[in-house]
Write a protein that binds this ligand. Sequence first.
Ligand code: NDP
Length: 248
Amino acid sequence: MSFKNKIVIITGASSGIGAAAAKMFSDESARVVIVGRNETKLSAVAKQCSSPLVVRADIANDDDARRVINETIKKFGQIDILVNNAGATMENGGLLGSDMMQTYDAIMSINLRAVVHLTTLAAPHLIKTKGNIVNVSSIGGVSPPGPGATNYNISKAALNHFTVCAAVELGGYGVRVNALSPGPVKTDFFDNVNEGYNVDTFRPFTMLNRVSEPEEMADVILYLASDRARGVTGSNYVNDNGMIIKRL
Ligand code: NDP
């Protein structure tokens, strides 16, 4: 899977799944654009990639989102792959949470609106290169694991439908759009949630009694972004150690 001469934007590349994907794309000869807000974490990832472009940006901010695309084009002149990986969950994201609507706006801005915006900005460039998009969603968008995260789950369900809509809109131009839905993955993701659980809490709720490493998600992202998946568009690849099927 060589990505030689491919320009790959990865949002949320300062940590977890995005960081693993950035390193893997770089190892496979891509030129990576790593995007996130935390400068220290971005610098640490940048050291593990070959000549990356680092764009410190809050993707929920429209000016920052435009800067991600503009700086990429200024430096590399093209975009081949957009990985919309950045995402967040927060406390009180359920119907009975104390600040449901504030959480709603914050989660929707990052998990959905920013993805729609970046896709709109990148689409003309992806059409030129016949590139593709991988959206990192969640099994919560397919089947809610439990109460308390309704905002997050509906943001990811909408992201799944957006993936299909974008695949329909861009397919005629040769641009593929796919989603990956992880189950529990060992990252910093649950640090924002103080509800007495961490990623290992989910282990017994999976068919395989395990949780994933970020590199397992990066493997699928690279596959979907590669020419090996040239016939795959509008798909949602579930990689969850059998967590959804255990609930069936
Ligand atoms: P991490 O918390 O490790 O990484 C999240 C990344 O998103 C960070 O790099 C963070 O960067 C970035 N980010 C968040 N908000 C913004 C923003 N407004 N602007 C720019 N960057 C932002 O978690 P994961 O690696 O696990 O999460 C990656 C994706 O995987 C998310 O979309 C998440 O929903 C999804 N996912 C994760 C699961 C898990 O169990 N870990 C399960 C299912 C889905 P910074 O802090 O530098 O801004």
